[in-house]
Ligand binder design. Structure first.
Ligand code: ASP
Length: 350
């Protein structure tokens, strides 16, 4: 009798194991944000506490995840994304590389605050050494909200991370049923759940009828084709952003140089235009070895070569990268070189 019971138990156990191993392994790395945020009432959509729930609570809130993948969670940090540090960024990238080197891991989901999500996504797009899916997800409404968007976004992110179609597409952002590429996606609205868009270069795909569907991909270098290796990098060079406006001057530039900036991204007006007063400050910065990238505050379009003198002085064009993403690429470029020609090449390729 006892023998029979033990036999049945072991059969059940092996069946359970077989079922578990049939599903792809997806690791969820949690960093905080609104998706882990809580408010005092279900109608409170602002002024709540970001990064309050742990990763297991997020996973347990979506039982349907267990039908898609064998998920395990790791808490990297639990903060609102404006408070993430470069140390956190490096830790996330290194942990992703470790996990993805394990043949059992199919993909990774990273839960993240939405405010700086696009910057982390682009950093990982440049530093992850794998073609396996890495999907970043957040929410615009806290976990306690009526119609919270976090649970469905997390379920969809796991579906994308577990899918073969997402392999080789670079780091992805899956929110509000859209799949966007890390390079081109940006937060476009302060409060709407439809905030993440790639305004001109476009959405890569959708999660429709519960399935990830892709329609295009970026032509720029990323992940396994990227030249950036952060395995031995423990800190990133200081790069600041100087925002242009009517009647601006060199005060911000001088202050950043004094603070030790190795690079400055100028968020110029129009096609990366620079006022004469700010230009004087930028030229002084160049003479001290600071690398300058011309980006634009416009939010769309290509920043091209403009005045020949700007190119002669070594100012670099950002192409379509917005100022905050130009900053990430410049930081990584500066881990390899400070030669403006080489950095211009990097801005053309990534
Ligand atoms: N302030 C929050 C954060 O970025 C916003 C969000 O997650 O949606 O952490």
């Amino acid at each position: 009798m006892l023998k029979k019971a033990l036999f049945t138990l072991s059969l059940l156990a092996s069946f359970g194991t077989a079922m578990a191993t049939d599903l792809p392994d997806v690791v969820i790395l949690a960093t905080g944000g609104t998706i882990a945020g809580t408010a005092a009432s279900s109608t409170q959509m602002t002024g709540y506490k970001s990064g309050n729930l742990g990763v297991q609570t997020l996973i347990d809130a979506v039982p349907a995840i267990k039908e898609i993948a064998d998920v395990s969670g790791e808490q990297i940090v639990n903060v609102g994304s404006p408070n993430l540090t470069e140390e956190n960024l490096l830790k996330i990238a290194k942990r992703c590389n470790e996990l993805l080197a394990d043949s059992k891991v199919k993909g990774i989901v990273i839960t993240h605050g939405t405010d700086t999500l696009e910057e982390t996504a682009y950093f990982l797009n440049l530093t992850i050494k794998s073609d396996k899916p890495v999907v970043i997800v957040g929410s615009m409404r806290p976990a306690t909200a009526i119609s919270a968007d976090g649970p469905v976004n997390l379920l969809n992110a796991v579906k994308v991370a577990a899918s073969d179609e997402a392999v080789g597409k670079g780091v992805l952002v899956a929110m509000n049923d859209e799949i966007n590429g890390a390079r081109d996606v940006t937060k476009t609205n302060t409060t709407l759940v439809s905030t993440f868009k790639a305004p001109e270069l476009g959405t890569l795909g959708y999660i429709a009828a519960g399935q990830p569907q892709f329609f295009k991909e970026s032509t720029r270098r990323h992940t396994s084709k990227s030249e950036f290796d952060i395995s031995k990098v423990n800190s990133l060079p200081r790069v600041d952003i100087v925002y242009s406006y009517l009647c601006d001057d060199r005060v911000a530039t001088d202050a950043f140089v004094k603070a030790g900036a190795k690079g400055i991204v100028h968020a110029g007006s129009g096609n990366g235009s620079i006022s004469n007063k700010t230009y004087e400050g930028l030229l002084d910065a160049v003479s001290k070895g600071v690398v300058i990238v011309r980006s634009s505050r416009v939010g769309n379009g290509v920043v091209t070569k403009s005045l020949p003198e700007w190119t002669e002085k070594g100012l670099i064009e950002s192409g379509t990268l917005n100022p905050q993403k130009s900053r990430i690429l410049l930081q990584l470029a500066l881990t390899r070189t400070s030669d403006p020609k080489e950095i211009q090449r990097i801005f053309r390729e990534y």
